[in-house]
Write a protein that binds this ligand. Sequence first.
Ligand SMILES: C[S@@+](CC[C@H](N)C(=O)[O-])C[C@H]1O[C@@H](n2cnc3c(N)ncnc32)[C@H](O)[C@@H]1O
Length: 238
Amino acid sequence: MAEQPVPDKSPNRIAGMFDAIAPRYDLLNRVLSAGIDQRWRARAIHSLRLAGTDTLLDVCTGTADVALAGRAAGASRVLGVDFSGAMLSLGLAKVRAAGQDGRIVLVRGDAMQLPVASGSTDAATVAFGIRNVQRPEVACAEMARALRSGGRLAILEFGVPRLPGVRALYRWYFTRLLPLVGKFVSGHGGAYSYLPESVGSFPPPAEFMTILRQAGFDDVRADPLTFGIVYLYTARKL
Ligand SMILES: C[S@@+](CC[C@H](N)C(=O)[O-])C[C@H]1O[C@@H](n2cnc3c(N)ncnc32)[C@H](O)[C@@H]1O
């Protein structure tokens, strides 16, 4: 899928697309991943080994699944940032329903210009958001700025499986079935065609690891999850 054209990732287009699919976003995540998506998020949070005093910055927080998981895993406070108002509204409802509005704060903002002080957070996450950011290297540099020295980063992003059989099945699922189901359930034609396009145009793991190192991280790792459908990138702020 690496040969796909680079999709338009202008902030207005991406925020508008997530505003449009927000009401069906969680449902589609569960259905399209057969429920595995929450296990991927749990793996990312687990990798941070949060202590009860740690603060967590969840970038591209969307409907706050990672923010809630981070709080449940022991983060003392969580700040979630996203530029889609509709995704944040749904996230806020979930945060309130969980009685966590004193500990999880959601704010509207851009990953390329994070509304946080330098060195102010112990850990940072991005789940399935970094491939949507117009300039991922800028968002990585912003997260490095926001983290204290030694702070930990976990990023989940879709990848392309390497095993030929799995790869062929995945390609068919991602480019044929998923856009159809996504369109049917969300009523939005473009968003679930954009998904395979955005994954195909995202840098492969080795290249993204270089971006992370250049942004100011070390101990950079890329661990394939579920045959490499998803990669968990972990790193430590220098
Ligand atoms: C696929 S959703 C992932 C949401 C959530 N992290 C999750 O695990 O379900 C991607 C989110 O990234 C947000 N996003 C994309 N680019 C962004 C940017 N430059 N700044 C802030 N949010 C962004 C979108 O609005 C959307 O809510």
